[in-house]
Design a protein around this ligand. Structure first.
Ligand code: ADP
Ligand code: MG
Length: 705
């Protein structure tokens, strides 16, 4: 048996005990100092290390000698540093070095502003440099070359290859991470067990799992990178689909919810509450809901429809159904203003009925709160409307049958309210004005059933949107005046309440004054923003609704739910400050009656991307298209304004772009669970382990594990 080198022996000993969950310090090169530096990159375990994927790749040319250098081409040369100097004289400060190759030919290197390299490169070092060759005073020279310090034993780079470039830090460079990961890969190759059977790998043309890890870190070609990525993204999406599907089965199988009955009489009574006929889309959604709430299992339904499509009316139907079944309902709104608005709308809708309403927000006075809590706990209040305040500990329901969550576009469904009730699990209905792009419907929302209101109530007019620069906005204000003179009302929306020193952006307070003195003088104006006390805000909204003012200058507090049909024009200033979905939501406040609606965007942005976004607002009123655009531009995280969706972050998959693979994964995940619902086949051990790791105990309950 050949002698093993010390290093090989250590590695052999280590691999006997190393697991993917071992700390990185279990790896040969990882000193405590390096471990601390890795920690700062978010890496503590071996698993996390091998999932530290390259940020990009660089092509490296094969090593040559100085004699073969050709001016104007990129070359790689290794040599010993024979001289170096930091020069601060004339011209830019620069670090200069000279290396000598094995034939004693010299190459000059220069880094402008290269102060950093003073501490990195010293005479006697063996380095490999790569860069563009220039001739300077008849000597070959590289400017700002890339450098790797190398060991004398390191074999020369033959053939071009791809070098992985990792997210790194100043103290821990990409090249060092590369070496650490190379160790980790050799030691863990056998631990990266396959998730999928050969037939599936073949069907989807996927490379084996361990090979994918190898190739994403050490590819020979771009093609390797592409194959590795595809395989790893497939795994990410599959695990997500399996986790969601199992979670859903768990929920559906284990929990019971009250059966809410409906008959002709109840249906007639509820419908008669609305001063209009429900649209066909609304009726369809109600049928979906009825099917759910009679199943005995908790409803988990997403009700999606553009602003003004009548979601709230559908939710009211469902809440009244709960009440008709002698159960309580709760309506959760994202803001105080919206909760108050819902309260008002419902109060007027239910005037003269025996249904008792309660409003609970953080502003509810203490003296009122206790009796409210008691009435809820004892079932005297039938419908509770409120904000997160409803989730607080002193609030408990006697028999909560239905929870409606009005999330508008600020979806954070995963932190879904768990309201306290003495009875069974309630049914859940989530309303959103954000059209869910298909990729997200298949991932984030895969465990929701979906109803879509794809039809606006009759008598709505399309909104015409126009973009102005502020120095050319005179016609816009004139137009607003004409609308007011014709008896209409207007909103003016600004991104902030007060002027700030850092930005040029106009604010509610200063713009209110400027408009009153200038472009809108003589009109009756009101101001609304979140700093005003709630009763003032309430009075302001009521006054505007009663047409005691013509113009409401406001922040985005009016973004959701505010409903004044006589308001036909909205001016949004510094429009580039808002997201697309938000702009769409905002302009949905006008055009709520037969009269045409107008939205005027004012922006002085010079940024091309921002301009393009605003122009697309002018071109389409299709909420779906806008949501897709928004998603592509901002990514799913910001899309929802929250990352608390509770799903594992995807490392590689960009959910806004992986529709095709997502659909494949949904099918594959289903097929697997159909034949092996508990994933109990011995060949699925690794898969089971990974699911448990990612989705935790929730799945252990489902008998997986
Ligand atoms: P959303 O919650 O989807 O924004 P709402 O339910 O608040 O929409 O409805 C917007 C406006 O349209 C409200 O004034 C509501 O009274 C009215 N509305 C809802 N459904 C209908 C309908 N079927 N016919 C006429 N008006 C309707
Ligand atoms: Mg609404």
């Amino acid at each position: 048996m050949p002698e093993l080198s010390q290093e090989k022996r250590t590695i052999l000993q280590m691999s006997a005990v190393l697991t993917l969950d071992s700390p990185v310090t279990a790896l040969p090169r990882v000193t405590p100092r390096r471990a601390a530096l890795l920690q700062r990159l978010g890496i503590s375990s071996v698993r996390r290390l091998i999932e530290h994927f390259p940020r990009t790749y660089q092509m490296e040319a094969p090593e040559g000698s100085v004699a073969d250098l050709v001016e104007g081409q990129i070359h790689t040369v290794r040599g010993e540093v024979v001289a170096c100097d930091y020069v601060v004289g004339r011209g830019k400060p620069r670090f200069e070095a000279t290396i000598e190759d094995s034939h004693q030919r010299r190459l000059a290197l220069i880094w402008f502003h290269g102060h950093y390299w003073r501490r990195q490169i010293h005479p006697g070092d063996l380095i490999r440099v790569q860069g563009l060759v220039r001739s300077f005073r008849n000597q070959p020279r590289m400017v700002n070359p890339r450098v790797h310090r190398i060991e004398p034993t390191e074999a020369p780079l033959a053939g071009s290859r791809l070098r992985s470039i990792y997210p790194a830090s100043i103290e821990l460079k990409s090249a060092e991470i590369e070496r650490i990961i190379a160790d980790a890969l050799s030691l863990t190759e056998a631990l990266l067990e396959e998730f999928w059977d050969t037939a599936l790998l073949q069907k989807r043309a996927l490379i084996p799992r361990a090979q994918a890890y190898r190739l994403i870190h050490q590819p020979q070609s771009r093609r390797d990178v592409a194959e590795a990525r595809r395989r790893l993204i497939y795994d990410e999406l599959m695990l997500m689909q399996l986790g969601l599907a199992i979670g859903r089965r768990l929920r559906d199988g284990a929990m019971t919810a009250p059966k809410l009955q409906v008959d002709r009489e109840i249906d007639r009574r509820i419908r008669s509450r609305f001063p209009f006929e429900l649209t066909r889309a609304q009726t369809r959604a109600i049928h979906d809901i009825l099917r759910d709430v009679q199943s005995g299992r908790p409803m988990n339904r997403l009700l999606q429809g553009d602003v003004g499509s009548g979601k709230t009316s559908v939710a009211v139907y469902a809440m009244l159904l709960a009440v008709a079944n002698r159960m309580q309902a709760a309506l959760l709104a994202p803001t105080e203003v919206l909760a108050e608005q819902h309260y008002l709308v419902l109060s007027s809708l239910l005037r003269g009925s025996r249904v008792a309403l309660g409003l609970v927000t953080h502003r509810t006075r203490r003296a009122l709160r206790q009796p409210l809590a008691r009435d809820l706990a004892e079932g005297r209040i039938h419908i509770a409307i409120g904000t997160q305040a409803l989730l607080q500990e002193d609030i408990e329901f006697a028999n909560l049958g239905l929870v409606v969550i009005d999330e508008q576009h600020k979806l954070g469904v995963r932190q879904r309210a768990t309201l306290r009730t003495k009875g069974q699990s309630p049914h859940y209905l989530v309303m959103t004005a954000t059209p869910i792009p298909r990729t997200l419907a298949l991932s984030y929302f895969a465990d929701f059933d979906l109803s879509i209101l794809d039809e606006l109530p009759p008598g709505r007019s399309p909104i015409q949107t126009t973009l102005f620069r502020s120095d050319q906005s005179q016609p816009a204000w004139q137009f607003l005046r004409q609308q007011v003179e014709a008896g209409r009302q207007a909103y003016v929306v600004l991104p902030q309440i007060e002027d700030s020193e850092e930005s040029q952006i106009r604010s509610v307070k200063s713009e209110f004054e400027r408009l009153q003195r200038g472009p809108l003088s003589g009109l009756r104006m009101l101001m609304l923003h979140g700093q005003l006390p709630p009763d003032v805000r309430q009075n302001t909204m009521n006054a505007f609704r009663r047409h005691e003012a013509d113009v409401l200058v406001a922040t985005t507090v009016i973004e959701v739910g505010v409903d004044v049909p006589n308001a036909t024009i909205m001016v949004i200033e510094s429009a580039e400050r808002f997201g697309l979905a938000q702009l769409h939501q905002l302009r949905g406040r006008v055009g709520r009656c037969e009269l045409p609606g107008f939205c005027i965007l004012i922006s002085d942005t010079q940024e091309e991307a921002a301009l393009r976004r605003l122009q697309s607002m002018c071109q389409t009123s299709d909420g779906f298209k806008i949501a897709e655009l928004d998603l592509q531009q901002r990514g799913p995280g910001t899309f929802f304004g929250t990352r608390q969706h509770g799903l594992p972050e995807t490392r590689l998959a960009d959910l806004s772009r992986e529709l095709e693979l997502l659909e494949i994964c949904r099918d594959d995940a289903r097929a697997i669970l159909q034949t092996d619902p508990r994933l109990s086949d011995p060949s699925r051990r690794a898969l089971r382990g990974e699911l448990l790791r990612q989705f935790g105990e929730a799945l252990a309950l489902a008998g997986i594990g």
